[in-house]
Design a protein around this ligand. Sequence first.
Ligand code: 5GP
Ligand code: MN
Length: 338
Amino acid sequence: MTNEDISKVKELLDSPKKVVIVPHKGPDGDAMGSTLALKLLLEGQHHEVQLISPNDYPDFLKWMPYQEEVIIYEKEKEKSDQYIKAADVIFTLDFNHLSRAGDMKPVLEEAEADFIMIDHHQQPDDYAVVTYSDVSMCSTAQMVYHFIENIGLKDSLNAQIATCLYTGIMTDTGSFRYRSTTSLTHRVIAELIELGADNTNIHENVYDTNSYGRLQLLGLALQNLKVVPELRTAYIVLTQEELDKNNFKKGDTEGFVNYGLSLEGTVFAAIFIENKAEKIVKISFRSKGTFSVNDFARLHFQGGGHINAAGGKSDLSLEETIEKFISILPDYKTSLAK
Ligand code: 5GP
Ligand code: MN
C-alpha cells in the first residue's frame, strides 16, 4: 500500500463508522476468510460492521468464526440494501470488478459510501477511493494481514482473526503449494499459528468433511475426464442430471478441476458444470507455467482471474459450450503443444 492510501484508510476509519464488507459471488475460502477477518478486526475498533455475501457459500466453510452473522444477499435483499445505502465505508474483497458481486452490483454502484478494494486479481477496476491491489499476492487473506499491519493495528490480531486469515491463505495457495506462496507467506502463517490458528483443525474442517455425495461426484468427474494429448489439455464435464443424482450442494465440485491438471503432461485443465437454474455453464480453468487462463477466460468465457487459475461462464448449452471450447483450443497450439 502507498503511504497516501494508508493515510486515507486511517482517516476514513478514525471514528466509528458504518461498514459493509462484500466478498465475490460464489465465495471461496479466501473470500470468506479475508472478509470475516476484516469484520472481526473492525468490530474490535468499534465500527458497526455488516458482512454481506452475494450468495451462499459452501458447507466446508460453515465452521468459521462468526460466519453465522453473514447476511446472504440473495436471501435478504431488502435488509442488505438498507445496510449498503446507509454505509459510510464499503470494503470489497477478493474481486476486481463490481460485476463479480452478482445481483449486488446495481445497489453497490449507487452507494454513496467510500469504497476500499483489497484484491489480488488481474486488471482491477477503478471504483474505489483506495485500491489495494497486488497480483503477486497468493491470497486476499495475506493482503488483509498486511493491510492490518500497514494501518497499525497488528496488536489487535487474535486467534479468531488468525483462524480466518489462515483459512484464506491455505485454500488459495492449494495448501501452500502454488507459485504465489512465498517465504513471506510462510512467515505470516507462522505468526498466525502463534496467534492461535489451529492449523491441523483448519485443514480437517475444510478438507476432511466431504459428504458421500461429493465423493461419488468426484468419482464421476474423474470418469468423465477427457484428454486432448496433442494440446496437453484435460477437461471434465458435469451435467445437471449428474449433479442432481449425487445430491449436489454448493462447493461440492471445488478442487475437481485440479485433478485434470494433475495428469502427467497436462498444462491446461478445465471443468464445465451445468447450472440449469441460472441457465449458464460455470467454468473453471487451471494451467501450469506461462499459459494465461486469465486471458483465455476473459477473451472467450466472460471471466478472468489469475494467470494459472481463472473462471468464467457460458450462456450456450452445455454441448455448445464444449464444442466452442474444443474449436478454440487449436488457436493456442503454439502455447499448448509441446
Ligand atoms: P474458481 O475456478 O476456483 O471458481 O476460480 C478461480 C479464480 O478465478 C478465482 O480467483 C476466482 O475469483 C476467479 N473467477 C472465478 N470465476 C470467475 C468469473 O466468472 N469471472 C472472473 N472475472 N473471475 C472469476
Ligand atoms: Mn483469492
